[in-house]
Ligand binder design. Sequence first.
Ligand code: ZN
Ligand code: ZN
Length: 466
Amino acid sequence: MKKGLGLLLAFLLLWAVFLPGTAEDGFEEEEVDIEDLEDLPESVDIGDPLWDFPVALEDMNPEYIVLANKHYLLAEDYVPGDLVKVPSDPKKGGIKWAGSGTDGKLKGWYLRADCAQALCDMNAVMREIDGFQTMYLKSAYRSWGKQNTMYRNRLKKNKGKDDGWVSMAGASDHQTGLGCDVIPYNWTKKSGMNEKMLQEEECQWMAAHCQEYGFIIRYPSDKKEITEINAEPWHLRYVGIPAATYIMEHGLCLEEFVQELQTAIEHYVAQGGDPAKVEAFVQKPTDGDRESTALLRTVRDGTGNRCLRRQKRKGRNEMDGMALAVQEARKALDEGEVPVGAVLTRGGEVLWADHNRREQLHDPTAHAEMLCLRHGAEKLGDWRLQDCTLYVTLEPCPMCAGAMVMSRVGKCVFGVPDPEKGCCGSVYDLPADPALGSPGTWEQAADPGECRSLLQAYFQKRRTEK
Ligand SMILES: [Zn+2]
Ligand SMILES: [Zn+2]
């Protein structure tokens, strides 16, 4: 025993003496690819380096990201465990009810506890800080039986045709106790709900901020092919803040998120990760392989790539720059400007982020890109921007593409192409014109979803104001 201890001490001593040198040498010899390091997602769990997904396992509740749709049916007897009655007095921190559901023994609107709290918090901020009237809770938890009755009634009304407005029993997000229909006052007087609600300021606010409370827009207008449900700007789904933030900032729907997550789980287990740690997050379609492959294909087609996960990883830096540009575009929308945002980066560092300010500055040149080039160069102390990347939500116009050429911007990544004014390939391709000898390149972002929906929201609003 004593001998063993002595040996151990001697070994520790040797280790302490030699480790610093050998470790340093080892580090120099090891091939460390800097780009690989930069590619690591920010929220990666250091304790489990095999978990390669932007949301840490610890930051997700597997019950809160459960899919309910035609291919992932909930069981007839599935009732969430912690349903609470949603308080209906906004003055006491609740949210008003539009009608009240009767569902077996439940009278009124019920949601899972965390979801109910988040909804009340969101409504309080909308009322007290952002000056809206209270929102109205139009529907919340619905049991399998209730949904079944609703679906059958809808079918009867439509001569047996499923029009996509009411889900079949088991396929409704409402059965999770995490899905709720939240409408502005104007719509409490109307009999139905439809996509025109997208024009309401309250709904635009929810689309921009719901993730701060853990909600996502469950049925976005640009994801109908995947969700197989018409756009529902009123239907919020609680998933928890980290997952909601990732989903909303990357313009995903829950189906795409769950698909990405399943791929990450497979990858994790294949690399030797502990299956017990991810078991609860595994979701399998209830209608067998055929249909689930169909869903997979839709998701992959949407990004134009079979291996969704790897593609995303490679482009992570691009995606982050674009997410920031989208945030800027959102600010422009709030300020009544055409919602275009831009970000100038160098080596992963943001030099300047800005948005269109033409109206407020009375300056025809105050495009988002121009502001980024001007202030970014100022910050760098150099007008030559060949090491920089410019992210912008809309294809640059002749002025901005010209400024990019003149400042030698290395790369431009843009969201939505502009067939009317775009000068990175649409109307003209200034950076590629050999006559100008520009060193810069451009590429289109893989997923311009939110860049486009912000612009659509702006022009839709303009049209209704006229
Ligand atoms: Zn709904
Ligand atoms: Zn421009």
